[in-house]
Design a binder for this molecule. Structure first.
Ligand SMILES: [Zn+2]
Ligand SMILES: [Zn+2]
Length: 387
């Protein structure tokens, strides 16, 4: 039976798994129920190996094809975690874990990978091995790295990796992809501005860190507008200014700034990190204060490998009839760590006219499940064709 027809038959079952996962969301590193559900399903499908507890709550499933003369191993990744958001989607299977919500569609990613696993374990119409990577903690950027640090790529001999993210605004069942950089590096910075506290009525006896921090916030805007090549996209956002002062008449001793930097270019990332430090320390010194800068690189740039992307795009075209060129996205995705380890591709799949990702009214669109499952399954059958 063609993949398309079989997956159409399985749709109600896969949608039911998705809605069950949706109703029981779990935060990153705490996906115990979800991981158990995944492992139970993989066992019921007859997967050859099921390994829980990889990189924390990650689950790996192995399906061997009817032949293994190619010796090839394809890794397919689905993320399982939810977000600390109070759900307002209005669905009739809402979160039963108040304040936690599948607002990024990882319930759908997990269900689609399970659907593909059921089909692939049933048919095994490929020459090689599929390694299913059910990953925890994407939103907190710990899951992919955790599984890699746990040796998942070498333990299971993974040659290449593929993943899907749903995309609100793209029509249901439509795909979008691009080779090279796709999602941004996600960095965080802290700037501690030190001055000299005192009575607000006697500012001349103080060094006011609030005034210094304000100048720094304004000056940081010039990194993108004056230092960065205007052709190259980047973001510098200060998202928190904390004086820790609760009095109207006290000049605080120090002020903490916090924010994020997003880039698709390693050169720009290096430039911003350097300028951020130079601007903050230089401005603070000019006012007689000091600035200490801490810069954390959380998630690298998600970079699709050219050859794998072309192949993945071809599969998408064969399923949807078309595949659009994805726009660069300033959000980050920890699948980037897997793409640093192995060649592969990350593709977007339309979620239709829904609320945006991370919005309390967002919901994964079950109508997109057949396209996502088909993409995983066809990719395997055509990348490792059985004789
Ligand atoms: Zn997300
Ligand atoms: Zn996500």
């Amino acid at each position: 039976m063609p993949i398309k027809n079989r997956l159409a038959e399985l749709l109600p079952e896969i949608a039911a798994w998705r809605q069950d996962i949706h109703a029981h969301p779990e935060l990153g590193t705490e996906e115990h129920r979800t991981a158990a559900l995944v492992a139970d399903k993989l066992a019921a499908f007859g997967c050859d190996e099921i390994v829980p507890g990889v990189g924390g709550t990650g689950v790996v499933g192995v399906i061997r094809g009817k032949a293994n003369t190619s010796g090839r191993v394809i890794g397919l990744r689905g993320d399982m975690d939810a977000l600390p958001i109070l759900e307002a989607s209005g669905v009739d299977y809402p979160s039963r874990n108040e304040g936690v919500m599948h607002a990024c569609g990882h319930d759908g990613h997990t269900a689609m990978l399970l659907g593909a696993a059921k089909y692939l374990a049933e048919t095994r119409n490929f020459d090689g091995t599929v390694v299913l990577l059910f990953q925890p903690a994407e939103e907190v950027a710990l899951g992919a790295k955790g599984m890699i640090d746990d040796g998942v790529m070498d333990r299971f001999g993974v040659d290449e990796v593929y993943g899907i993210h749903n995309m609100p605004g793209l029509p249901v069942g439509q795909f979008a992809i691009r080779p090279g950089p796709l999602l941004a590096a996600t960095d965080e910075f802290f700037i501690t501005v030190g001055g000299k506290g005192g009575h607000a009525a006697e500012p001349h006896t103080s060094i006011d860190p609030t005034v210094i921090a304000s100048h720094i916030v304004i000056a940081l805007q010039t990194i993108i507008s004056r230092n960065a090549d205007p052709i190259v996209q980047g973001v510098v956002s200060v998202t928190s200014v904390d004086t820790s002062s609760h009095a109207f008449n006290v000049i605080p001793q120090s002020v903490k700034l916090r924010g994020t930097v997003r880039t698709h270019s390693a050169d720009l990332q290096d430039l911003i990190e350097q300028r951020l430090s130079d601007v903050a320390t230089g401005i603070a010194a000019s006012f007689g204060g000091q600035a200490q800068v801490e810069y954390l690189r959380h998630v690298p740039i998600t970079i699709n490998t050219d050859e794998n992307t072309a192949f993945a795009e071809g599969i998408a075209r064969s399923i949807a009839g078309d595949c659009s060129e994805a726009s660069l996205i300033m959000g980050g995705e920890d699948f980037a760590f897997m793409l640093q380890e192995r060649p592969g591709a990350f593709i977007f799949l339309g979620n239709g006219d829904s609320a945006s990702l991370h919005h309390p009214e967002y919901n994964f669109n079950d109508e997109t499940i057949p396209a996502g499952c088909s993409w995983f399954a066809e990719l395997v059958e055509r990348r490792m064709p059985a004789a």
